[in-house]
Design a protein around this ligand. Sequence first.
Ligand code: SF4
Length: 380
Amino acid sequence: MSAINRRTFLKWGACSSLLFLLSGYGYAYFFLQNGADHEFDYEAMFFVKKEEGKVQCRLCHHKCVIHDGQISRCKVRKASSGVLYTSVYARPAAVVVEPVEKEPQYHFLPGSNALCIGTSGCNFTCKNCHNWQLSQQGLADLERYHHYSPQEIVDLAHERQVPTISFTYNEPTVFYEYMLDISRLAKAEGLKTMLHTNGFIHSDPLEHLLPYLDTVTIDLKAFTEDFYHRISGGSLSPVLDTLLKVSQAGLWLEIVNLLIPGLNDDYASIQKMCNWIRTELGEHIPLHFSRFSPAYQLRNLSPTPLATMENAYSFAKKEGLLFVTLGNTPGHKYNSTFCPACGGTLIERHHITVKNINIEKGNCRFCHNPIPGIWSTTAI
Ligand code: SF4
């Protein structure tokens, strides 16, 4: 490893602080390697050759046409002589053990930990991104990242005795090849796999990946195309398609909706979103309303008022959704999950810490109502 100059030291410290915060538990393994090697050296999947050395990437709905020698909008893919390469295969920027509740996943092995992996790069440009130091940078900008092969990630999960590997932090679509290889190995070795995504992945790579996943969290950022265009640099319609495909494939699915004051918190669109979730996906899909806190390019906004969060909760329940929770509101009653049949507290949480579980063999301990989810490592 090369000598560390002052700039590098400060950057290292900033990155480490970020990941310490991300980890919640400070249980982290990251930035081990010097960033000298950041070549685009691993051939990508899902691209087609075009004329004059150009390629079209078909991993996500941007369907970028990339000129010879150019780097993609997600910053981790590059065209070279008619071939698309990725820079982040086996080069995670964050490898952290965290509670599954952080994703959030509330009906999946509650109280367990996952080995969470992210790289640099993203196909969205969310103005409120909390992980922008990873998501809005290419590998070369980071200076520090790991070198972990897919097998080494799986071995690390075994070593740390976590039942699950989670793809998260930045958008996992941009490290698709790495995620796919880890998932294949993980499934073969009895581990579970979790994807936290913005849902903008194209249908072909999604269908190719789904057999190797157990559970998915999708950020449904808003229920208007306008929000997606102006705030996230994406669009809503493909995200809805992904929600339908994941649900139809029979994977466990949970949805997060971050409520940002004045941007996506109008009650008409919240009601419309909840109605769509119930009618198209089912009343059993957990919906997490998450409270906005100022970050990145939206530091000028205030945190979401608690009254807005509680009203959204009421609307969702009135629309017939059975499992609604509030996130980023530590200590709030609705951090917990309640039985839709008897009202008993199924899983008591303080923020993302599980205090008590009243689910036995997939049923409510009080009234024996079946509760959908994945409650044991032997469940499919
Ligand atoms: S994954 Fe990246 S390169 Fe591929 S289409 Fe999406 S933004 Fe473009």
